[in-house]
Design a binder for this molecule. Structure first.
Ligand code: FMN
Length: 355
């Protein structure tokens, strides 16, 4: 199948591949800039982008906002003004400040999931930034689009459907994610088709194309062609971009993917209140039975109580990015076990786009 550019209003990405936001510290400006340079869309994660700033421990939110601005500018430079967006999880505190920081720093796009970003149209107001929610079900798509249609007379610029094979937090119940479970998602394509058909109804009403992007388990060109054939305009990929030289995480993180077998990839509970997918390691095994002693709260999530949460997700993800892989949360997609080497973004994008 021929790859067409992804057109989002006045933004044109020559390659219809979005590199999905991956926090903490998996994607900062190096990876996002490299992907956008190759014609895709690079998405920086707003989950603690300032974790390497000298005042991060004492001045967390200011350090994060300063670093986010710096990385947006740097990714723009690396990519010669390519398309750079930011992923902001709805479950995060200071959501509004991150949205404003993206607008003021010249990001092109905000993508927002891990909760329903209902207030996003009001927050971006009439700025030129594009925005997209991440949904995993027709039900979630309906809740958001009906509300925005009625209340804001506005549609998102595109929509990301994230399926059950994705990495990071997942919008599904933990039981249904086990292979062979009574309600497993082996027929998820039907949900994708239902969302595509629902979204089409707004194309007519708003008289403009409404791109739909699929994320979750997209590994190679065959997978890309599959979702384009279903009617999606592009794909969002995470896992494959981790094992690149430009990925901002430590080498140990990338090697954890290379070393992982299929059996090492597991579903974990996250303090966000959603299940997540990760490489099993001693830290996560222990968290099944023993609560972590939390000495510092980074005030990252709106709904997290350090007194009861089994572990501090910020601490666990920061240790992962820094390379303490035995003592961390190693988010990954269901295909991470297929990764067998570290490549460059150019090499990967060439492989994915070659006809
Ligand atoms: C290490 C890792 C961290 C992630 N962090 C986030 C995040 O902070 N916010 C988010 O919306 N999605 C996050 N995701 C999901 C990705 O953006 C992407 O949509 C998903 O991983 C796509 O599936 P794939 O990894 O199979 O390509 C993360 C995924 C991974 C693998």
């Amino acid at each position: 199948m021929k790859l067409n550019p992804l057109i989002i209003g006045d933004l044109v990405a020559p390659v219809p591949i979005i590199q999905g936001g991956m926090g903490v510290g998996i994607i900062l400006s190096s990876l996002a800039g490299a992907v956008a340079k190759e014609g895709g869309i690079g998405i920086i994660s707003a989950a603690h982008p300032g974790y390497l700033e000298p005042d991060f421990e004492t001045n967390t939110i200011e350090a994060n906002l300063r670093a986010l601005k710096k990385h947006i500018h740097r990714a723009k430079e690396i990519s010669n003004n390519g398309i750079i967006g930011v992923n902001i999880m709805r479950a995060m505190r200071h959501y509004k400040e991150y949205v404003n920081c993206c607008i003021e720093s010249g990001a092109d796009i905000i993508i927002s999931g891990a909760g329903l970003p209902v207030e996003l149209p009001e927050l971006v107001k009439d700025s030129s930034i594009k925005f997209a929610p991440i949904v995993s079900s027709l039900k979630a798509a309906k809740v958001l689009l009906q509300r925005w249609d009625k209340k804001n007379l506005r549609m998102p610029d595109f929509i990301v459907i994230e399926g059950p094979k994705a990495g990071g937090h997942l919008g599904f119940s933990p039981d249904s994610l086990e292979e062979g479970a009574p309600s497993d998602y082996s027929n998820y394509d039907e949900e994708v088709l239902a969302i595509l058909s629902y979204v089409k109804t707004f194309e007519e009403k708003y008289n403009r194309p409404f791109p739909v992007v699929f994320a979750g388990g997209v590994y190679d060109r065959k997978d890309i062609d599959h979702y384009l054939a279903l009617g999606c305009s592009a794909v969002q990929m995470g896992t494959r971009f981790v094992a690149t030289e430009e990925c901002d995480a430590s080498l140990a993180y990338k090697n954890a993917y290379i070393q992982a077998s299929k059996e090492d990839i597991t579903i974990v509970k996250s303090p966000v209140g959603l299940p997540g997918r990760a490489v099993e390691n001693p830290f996560m095994k222990l968290r099944k039975t023993e609560k972590e002693q939390i000495s510092k709260c980074y005030q990252c999530l709106e709904k997290c109580n350090p007194a009861v949460t089994p572990y501090c997700i910020s601490g666990a993800l920061i240790r992962a990015a820094k390379g303490d892989t035995e003592n961390a949360l190693l988010f990954c997609g269901s295909n991470a076990y297929k990764v067998d080497r570290i490549t460059t973004v150019k090499e990967l994008m060439d492989e994915l786009t070659k006809d």
